[in-house]
Design a protein around this ligand. Structure first.
Ligand code: FA5
Length: 339
């Protein structure tokens, strides 16, 4: 039996060494250690031995079983490691290679400027609202004291979609929409898209953006308007910015003013952008007309307020030294990526 034990151990070790897969090892386990395996057979033969040699042989067969079992486990581990190393080698990545850039979009410069204006005014207590781009004549004109003979009401000057409906020509209708619904005191800003049948040139586009602002309460004065816009422009363009007010006419304000600020390019010294005046015209403003309050059912003797409206493209052009409004809308990524 000794010789058989030795020969089984030798052949088991040789077979295990040759096994190249986990499946082959499993077969060997069954061949040697399985219920009908060669080592199990030996254990069964123990019963045929005499009492003296049985424990000795028993120990030897158990030692053989343990040796074969450990050899199989060791070989299995070695195979798994080889397989793992091969897999790692196959999947090796060069972490020093530069990564592939994902294309990320960014906000359009007009959106950024609009958000900046909204943020400054919001910080001053104005609440942002949005309103319809498609307006009726009542909100866009009549309630704003723009009579039927006014040139803006001509179909040559506005985009009408039906007899009564048009793309809003300014954001001022939001004064009406808010004052119809809410009671003063209120401080509101309304940014949004506007449209006019203007011929395209470096300063005009048929679709553009405006931002309306208005404050209504009791005893609001022109000084409040001036102080508010001065603070606004200082926060937007810098502390050294001054403003200039000159009389202007808009049917929905009285008195009305055109507001200019110190030219941001030359800081007031005079340059091409400001036509050597040192001032840049930036917005229209004024005290809300009594007829506007009457149109929305408020008593103009009790409430007063100011309103202002600016072109967002214009502010963006001044702020970033952009000389042609068409650049905003041509989708030229080289241009847009700069901001
Ligand atoms: C108005 O639209 C008034 N609603 C502003 C206002 C509000 C006055 C409240 C008083 C009180 P105006 O037509 O000037 O005003 O337009 C305001 C700004 O819109 C202009 O200064 C300009 O920056 C811009 N704008 C007007 N038309 C165009 C256009 N076709 N393309 C680009 N910007 C334009």
């Amino acid at each position: 039996m000794d010789a058989t034990i030795q020969s089984i151990e030798q052949s088991a070790r040789a077979d295990i060494e040759k096994a190249a897969t986990a499946a082959a090892l499993e077969e060997l386990r069954i061949t040697y250690l399985g219920k009908k395996g060669r080592i199990t057979d030996l254990l069964k033969q123990l019963g045929t031995l005499d009492n003296a040699s049985r424990p000795v042989m028993g120990q030897k067969i158990n030692a053989l079983r343990d040796a074969v079992s450990s050899a199989i486990t060791a070989r299995k581990d070695a195979l798994a490691e080889t397989e793992f190393n091969a897999q790692m080698e196959k999947e090796r990545i060069d972490v020093t290679l530069p990564g592939r850039r994902t294309v990320t979009g960014k906000l359009h410069i007009l959106t950024t400027v609009e958000e900046e204006i909204v943020s400054v005014l919001n910080g001053m207590g104005f609440t942002p609202v949005e309103g319809p781009e498609l307006e009726d004549e009542h909100h866009n004109f009549e309630a704003l004291n723009i009579p039927s003979w006014h040139p803006a009401r001509d179909s040559h000057d506005s985009f009408y979609v039906s007899d009564d409906r048009l793309l809003r020509t300014h954001t001022s209708p939001m004064q009406i929409r808010i004052l119809e619904k809410l009671k003063p005191p209120l401080a509101v800003i309304a940014p949004g898209k506007t449209a006019r049948r203007d011929a395209v040139d470096s300063k005009h586009s048929p679709v553009f953006h405006q931002l309306e602002g208005f404050f209504v309460d009791e005893n609001v004065t022109f000084a409040d308007l001036k102080g508010c816009l001065e603070t606004f422009f200082k926060r937007l363009f810098g502390e050294k910015t001054a403003i200039r007010l000159r009389p202007d006419f808009f049917p929905f304000v009285e008195p009305g003013a055109e507001i200019s600020a110190t030219c941001v390019i030359c800081k007031g010294a005079g340059c091409r952008t400001c036509g050597n005046t040192g001032w840049i015209e930036l917005l229209g403003a004024g005290m809300i007309h009594p007829k506007v309050f009457e149109a929305v059912g408020h008593d103009p003797k009790r409430v007063s307020g100011f309103a202002f409206g600016m072109g967002i493209e214009r502010i963006a052009m001044i702020k970033y030294g952009i000389t042609d409004i068409r650049l905003f809308f041509e989708n030229d990524l080289e241009f847009l990526r700069q901001f």
